[in-house]
Design a protein around this ligand. Structure first.
Ligand SMILES: [Zn+2]
Length: 197
């Protein structure tokens, strides 16, 4: 399987990163235009369903006194508190019932921004024989970036779904820089219309 192969095969998986209410418009930590990823991700979800390939969904799943929250000296307003409405997946996201949900950064002092560092994504992918991950979601410059970087470091091939990510952009270029860095590290950029089915 070539790294730049644009068709889906056994060993491929879709990893949807943190498409949760708090990261969408109206949420406590809304990513600009974050809701735009939902429609595009649904197209990828349909393609993976047709190919009979597994889907993983990571979620920020923080305790109420998480270290990344401003009250604790962190950079962010409270978001994605365990069991809250804000922590739920976007209602329009068509995750299949078989989706493997990976909760991350669930501990007070843990803030890795990565499904690998802060959850058990690696083990769950391994159980299903996954070798190549297609990654989209929120946000480009944080949890997507760290998840893709960690996937590559662990020997997975990574495909970055450039039409299904949006950035926080604390500095205006953060998203663009994160995207360039993921590609430099070895991720293959893909848009839905390039996917051969
Ligand atoms: Zn968080």
């Amino acid at each position: 399987m070539a790294t730049r192969d644009r068709s889906l095969h056994p060993g491929d998986a879709l990893v949807v990163v943190d498409v949760q209410n708090d990261f969408l418009p109206g949420g406590t930590l809304a990513v600009p235009n974050g809701d735009e990823v939902v429609t595009v991700l649904n197209r990828y979800l349909a393609a993976f369903a047709r190919a009979g390939l597994p889907v993983f969904a990571t979620r920020d799943w923080h305790p109420p006194d998480h270290c990344s929250f401003r009250a604790r000296g962190g950079p962010w307003p409270p978001h994605c508190v365990q069991e809250s409405e804000g922590a739920r997946f976007a209602p329009g996201l068509a995750l299949p019932p078989s989706t493997v949900i990976v909760s991350k950064d669930t501990l007070r002092e843990q803030n890795t921004y990565s499904g690998f560092g802060g959850g058990d994504l690696d083990r769950r992918l391994g159980e299903q024989g996954v070798r190549r991950v297609f990654v989209g979601g929120l946000a480009t410059d944080y949890c997507v970036f760290h998840t893709v970087k960690d996937a590559l470091a662990r020997g997975y091939q990574a495909v970055l779904l450039t039409d299904a990510i949006r950035a926080v952009n604390v500095a205006p270029d953060d998203g663009r820089k994160a995207e360039a860095e993921m590609i430099r590290l070895g991720a293959t950029p893909l848009r839905h219309e390039m996917l051969a089915e």
